[in-house]
Design a protein around this ligand. Structure first.
Ligand SMILES: [Zn+2]
Ligand SMILES: [Zn+2]
Length: 280
């Protein structure tokens, strides 16, 4: 008999295909390079349920190059490039932060790269000693997004106040997206007042996520996006099983319920918002 710990580590079967959306949408944030199935399989499964566009997000220099390459090879995939906030201190420790940022800017200029991100602040995984380089990297990414006229994709974990402060100090790019939005209703209202997009992931379906649902409830439909952040954050009732872009409909349906909107109406908004945010 395996212990319960061992049982959790065994690979869990992939969740079944949900019923297709009638209005196609994009997965605004995914990591195909961290998922089991091939890129082709992931694209096909997603398209079969109405998730027809995928935004592939880069987290370090190598993965950003991969994202740009993959987007060039697949018309339905678009790329974002960045050093993740947890990668910034590591690059700084290797003495490679400046040169990596310069490479990121070159990648950001490619036509299939629609955004700079995920960048931002992560106080959950990076301690005090990494904050200076994290802040510097975030400010640099904001500048790159503005210079290259790209959207900015923000990762904000346990760092709301500093993320908002730095955005205001630097001046946010015209198109700014909070990925895996994790603020409360007050922060959603703040983002709405600035015209920033809020992208919701599978954690909005979690039982303990009422504050996040309260945020979604006040977020204007014109600023709401949906994402998987796959392979992470698999929506209920499939928690613990591998996430993938084809599970967007599960999260979108839960979001429609929270907002008291029909699935089709929310999907129409999300599709238009994603196109406006990323220019895709
Ligand atoms: Zn993130
Ligand atoms: Zn991510």
């Amino acid at each position: 008999m395996p212990t319960s710990t061992q049982r959790q580590q065994e690979p869990q079967p992939a969740p079944p295909l949900p019923e297709p959306l009638r209005v196609p949408v994009a997965d605004s944030h995914t990591h195909l390079d961290m998922q089991e199935p091939s890129v082709e399989e992931a694209i096909a499964a997603a398209a079969s349920v109405g998730v027809t566009t995928l935004i592939q997000v880069g987290c370090d220099l190598e993965r950003s190059r991969w994202a740009a390459r993959t987007a060039a090879e697949h018309p339905s995939v678009h790329a974002t490039v960045a050093l993740h906030p947890n990668e910034a201190p590591r690059a700084a420790a290797r003495g490679e932060l400046e040169s990596s940022l310069a490479e990121i800017e070159k990648l950001a200029a490619l036509p299939q790269v629609l955004a700079v991100g995920e960048t931002g602040l992560d106080y959950f995984r990076t301690g005090e000693d990494g904050r200076e380089s994290q802040h510097y990297s975030f400010r640099s990414h904001i500048a790159i997004a503005k210079r290259q006229d790209r959207a900015l994709v923000i990762h904000d974990r346990d760092a709301h106040a500093d993320v908002l402060r730095i955005l205001d100090e630097e001046g946010a790019p015209e198109r700014t997206v909070f990925h895996c939005f994790s603020g409360d209703a007050e922060m959603a209202a703040h983002c709405a007042s600035r015209g920033w997009f809020m992208s919701f992931a599978g954690n909005v379906t979690f039982k303990n996520a009422q504050p996040l649902r309260d945020a979604l409830a006040v977020a204007p439909p014109e600023l709401v996006l949906v994402e998987t952040d796959a392979p992470f954050l698999t929506p209920a009732p499939y928690r613990g099983r591998p996430n993938a872009p084809y599970l967007v409909p599960v999260t979108l349906r839960a979001m429609a319920e929270t907002k008291g909107m029909s699935e089709d109406s929310l999907a129409e908004h999300v599709a238009a918002n994603t196109a406006r945010a990323f220019g895709c």
